[in-house]
Design a protein around this ligand. Structure first.
Ligand SMILES: [Zn+2]
Ligand SMILES: [Zn+2]
Ligand SMILES: [Zn+2]
Length: 164
């Protein structure tokens, strides 16, 4: 397993997927592809709206939501669920894999692991279940952020459970 950091920079693959599916490459779609390609790691619709405002790019929220949905359906981007319950997206290869999401810097690392799939199959089998699909997302800190925390010696926040 060789995890790679997702740092897309090129709009061509996104536009190619839209074109192949028969969608016109309208100005808003091109602009959004540019915004998406500029994101590092995962991004939300709100992140794109913020980038659009910062770059004085005229795409409205409705267009952003619609286009994200469309790109998700076409598997040009992949939806991930954040621990906060928010939905975010990552731009990556349309092959089955998993994501390890850094909750500090929002970088997303692709994770592919055959042993994980064997374990999932076995767990399903034991439950007498035939699984057609699965989602596994990991949350925590990437190597860089974990290293920073270790060297700065910062303590971890442990929320106290208030018993009543
Ligand atoms: Zn990925
Ligand atoms: Zn999997
Ligand atoms: Zn990180």
């Amino acid at each position: 397993m060789r995890p790679s950091i997702t740092q897309p920079r090129d709009t061509a693959p996104l536009l190619a997927i839209l074109g192949r599916a028969g969608y016109r490459l309208t100005e808003p779609r091109r602009l959004l592809a540019t915004l998406i390609a500029e994101q590092t790691g995962h991004f939300t619709a709100a992140d794109l709206a913020r980038s659009a405002r910062a770059g004085e790019i005229a795409v409205g929220r409705a267009t952003i939501f619609r286009t994200l949905e469309l790109l998700g359906e076409l598997e040009a981007i992949e939806r991930i669920d954040l621990p906060t319950g928010e939905h975010a997206y990552v731009l990556c290869e349309p092959v089955h894999h998993h994501h390890a999401v850094c909750t500090e810097c929002h970088r997303t690392v692709d994770v592919v692991d055959a042993e994980l799939h064997a374990a999932i199959r076995e767990a399903a089998r034991r439950a007498g279940f035939t699984a057609d699909a699965h989602r596994v997302e990991l949350y925590g800190r990437c190597a860089e952020c974990a290293g920073r925390t270790a060297t700065s010696g910062a303590g971890r926040d442990v929320p106290g459970a208030a018993a009543s």
